[in-house]
Write a protein that binds this ligand. Structure first.
Ligand code: URA
Length: 239
C-alpha cells in the first residue's frame, strides 16, 4: 500500500476530518510503540500500522469486517426510528468510516450480525443469488410438534411469494425451541414461515451464517469483534 501522512491515516480510519486528526496528533492523543507522535506529516506505510488514540489500541485496516452479537431492541439501520441503532454499540470511528450492517435482523431478533465498510463485500453478501445458509433458533409460543417441523421442511406458502418456501434443515431443540436453516433472506422470513406452519415465534436469534458460528466467539449480547480473513472464508457458499 502507498505511504501516507499520519493525519491521512487517522482520517481514513474514521478519527475525524483531516483538520481534526491533525489537531488530535498535535494534542498528543496519538502514540506509537509507547511514544507520543506529534508530527502529523510523518509519512508511513499504513498497512498493519499499530497506534493508540487516547490510550485505545488500533491497527490500520483498509476495511473492517465486524461481528456483532446483536441484543434485542436495537435497529439494524443507520437512521433508526424507534430504538437505538446498531452503530451506537460500536466505536464512533466506525460510524465515521461508514460501517453498515450486512443485511438486516428485526429489531427484536438477537445474534449474529455482520457489519462492514467494504461496499463490495456488503453487496456480495446481501445478493439474493448468494445461497449461504443462515441458522436461527426460534422460541415458539406453543410446544413444538413434529408436524410443525415437518411443515417447515416441506415448505409453506407465504403472502406475495409465488412458490412455497422450505427450510433447508429444521430440528426440534427442546419443548419450545427449533433450529431452522434458511438459504434465502426474505422479509421476516422465519417468523412468517412459523405462522404459516401454524405456530408463532416468541423470540428469534441468528446463530450462524454459512460455517461461521456465533458461539465460537464468546461475545455477550452487545459485544463485537473483528472478523479476520479465516473467518470470512467460512462465509463462502459450499459447493
Ligand atoms: N427472519 C425473521 O423473521 N426475522 C429476522 O430478523 C431474521 C429472519
Amino acid at each position: 500500500m502507498a505511504k501516507m501522512t499520519l493525519d491521512k491515516i487517522l482520517q481514513k480510519q474514521g478519527f475525524g476530518t483531516r483538520k481534526e486528526c491533525q489537531q488530535r496528533i498535535l494534542n498528543g492523543d496519538v502514540s506509537m510503540a509507547g511514544t507520543v507522535v506529534e508530527d502529523y506529516e510523518l509519512f508511513m506505510e499504513p498497512d498493519g500500522l499499530e497506534f493508540t488514540v487516547n490510550g485505545e489500541p488500533w491497527r490500520y485496516r483498509e476495511h473492517v469486517y465486524l461481528l456483532l452479537n446483536k441484543p434485542p431492541d436495537v435497529e439494524c439501520s443507520r437512521k433508526p426510528s424507534h430504538h437505538p441503532g446498531v452503530l451506537s454499540l460500536l466505536p464512533r470511528s466506525f460510524d465515521l468510516r461508514d460501517v453498515q450492517p450486512v443485511g438486516r435482523l428485526d429489531f427484536d431478533t438477537t445474534g449474529m450480525l455482520l457489519m462492514s465498510d467494504d461496499g463490495a463485500f456488503i453487496h456480495a453478501q446481501s445478493s439474493p443469488k448468494r445461497h449461504v445458509p443462515k441458522t436461527y433458533v426460534a422460541t415458539t409460543h406453543d410446544p413444538v410438534t413434529e408436524e410443525l417441523v415437518a411443515k417447515l421442511l416441506k415448505g409453506v406458502k407465504l403472502d406475495r411469494e409465488p412458490a412455497p418456501l422450505a427450510a433447508q434443515a429444521c430440528r426440534q431443540i427442546d419443548s419450545h425451541r427449533i433450529e431452522i436453516v434458511l438459504d434465502q433472506g426474505k422479509y421476516h422470513q422465519v417468523k412468517r414461515m412459523l405462522v404459516a406452519a401454524g405456530g408463532h415465534c416468541d423470540a428469534l436469534s441468528r446463530t450462524a451464517i454459512g460455517r461461521l458460528q456465533l458461539d465460537s466467539f464468546n461475545l455477550k449480547e452487545g459485544q463485537w469483534c473483528y472478523l479476520e480473513p479465516e473467518h470470512l472464508a467460512l462465509l463462502a457458499p459450499v459447493s
